[in-house]
Design a binder for this molecule. Structure first.
Ligand code: NDP
Length: 326
């Protein structure tokens, strides 16, 4: 793992860094890089996000111009847009020796973009969304990131990428070397297996209670909306999932947990996880995603309709009304 002592801002101080995209990640990266003394130019098409970058005082240009002005390019737009934007606005501006950095491995893992042979290429993938990246940086700490040097044409790709990682605050927490293929698979597996499993677990718990006559709002609060579960997960991130129950739970809680632990998910759930991972690895998922995208993401409308109609969502709306929040 790389920490502060392993990285130097000197390795990027002569670079101009193009931050392409000013959304969840781009805004945080750009602000942290600037505050670390790095020269930043934001690349964005003429849209709302461009206005935000201008308002925040950045040298903001069309994407192709930002890339042409830079020696390091950070691609921070949604993965679905990489192929088209890379081909039309980034590839023409890349020069020998430039460093091209992605925050997620998807486009390279599935060969959606083909990079030139004479540039450095790296993955610098934050394991966090944008707001904490910025907030922790201003507080003097940072968040975890994965790093992979995919191509090293200059002999300095690792040092340059670590310099960037330091400037964004990642080395304050730690930067773990993880291959681009693994990072992509982990990210997709978390989205496709763990996240639906957790959402369904909360929903099932809520529905069992309400069907048995419990008041929906207190049921929602006790299952997750009080934030207690979320705090436990934050604690568990460093302490450990089992250890946090050991440390924070009363004997009654610990007895109840151990009584049912390992009994609620049948072997079919594990088999399903293995199937999902296989589909991510063999390209089936990405082929399905392409068909979905070409059809205009019809499944997303189904998802929205289903969660909006769910009793748990309606209860959350009622709870927000009690709190007086929109
Ligand atoms: P966002 O959805 O927040 O990106 C929005 C930005 O992308 C805006 O500047 C928007 O500008 C621009 N954009 C969107 N579509 C296009 C397009 N077709 N052409 C040009 N610009 C476009 O993305 P994220 O910050 O969430 O993700 C960026 C990268 O970071 C991705 O690779 C993602 O996988 C990775 N990542 C994201 C994490 C997260 O927490 N969100 C965590 C770790 C990695 P406008 O619409 O104004 O043109």
């Amino acid at each position: 793992m790389y920490f502060e002592k392993d990285a130097s801002l000197h390795d990027i101080q002569d670079e101009v860094v193009a931050v392409v995209g000013y959304g969840i990640q781009g805004k945080a990266f750009a602000a942290n890089l600037r505050d670390s003394g790095v020269t930043v130019v934001v690349g964005n098409r003429d849209d709302d996000y461009r206005a935000a970058a201008v308002a925040d005082g950045f040298d903001t240009r069309p994407i192709a111009e930002a890339v042409a002005a830079a020696s390091t390019v950070l691609l921070l737009i949604p993965d679905e847009a990489h192929q088209e934007v890379y081909g039309t606005q980034i590839a023409p501006g890349l020069r020998a020796g430039d460093l091209f950095v992605l925050a997620h491995g998807f486009s390279l893992r599935y060969r959606r973009i083909a990079l030139p042979q004479d540039i450095d290429v790296a993955l610098l993938a934050p394991k966090m969304f944008g707001k904490p990246i910025r907030q922790r940086y201003t507080e003097g700490s940072g968040v975890l990131a994965f790093l992979d040097v995919v191509e090293d044409r200059t002999g300095r790709a690792l040092r340059r990428t670590l310099g960037l990682a330091k400037a964004v605050g990642f080395t304050r927490y730690g930067v773990l070397p993880v291959s681009l293929a693994t990072e992509t698979e982990l990210d997709l597996f978390q989205e496709q297996f763990l996240t639906p499993l957790l959402l369904d677990a909360f929903r099932t718990a809520f529905e069992v209670l309400v069907e048995a006559g419990c008041d929906p709002v207190p049921a929602l609060l006790d299952m997750h909306a009080s934030g207690e579960m979320a705090e436990m997960m934050v604690e568990a991130a460093t302490t450990g999932l089992y250890e946090v129950i050991e440390e924070q739970g009363s004997p009654t809680c610990r007895f109840g947990v151990q009584k049912y632990l390992g009994t609620l998910l049948g072997p079919e759930v594990r088999d399903k996880g293995a199937q999902i991972l296989a589909g991510i690895r063999n390209g089936d998922f990405v082929a399905e995603l392409s068909r979905e995208a070409q059809a205009g993401y019809p499944s997303l409308a189904d998802y929205e309709a289903a969660y909006k109609a769910a009793a748990m969502t309606r209860t959350h709306d009622a709870y927000r009304a009690i709190l007086g929040r929109p």
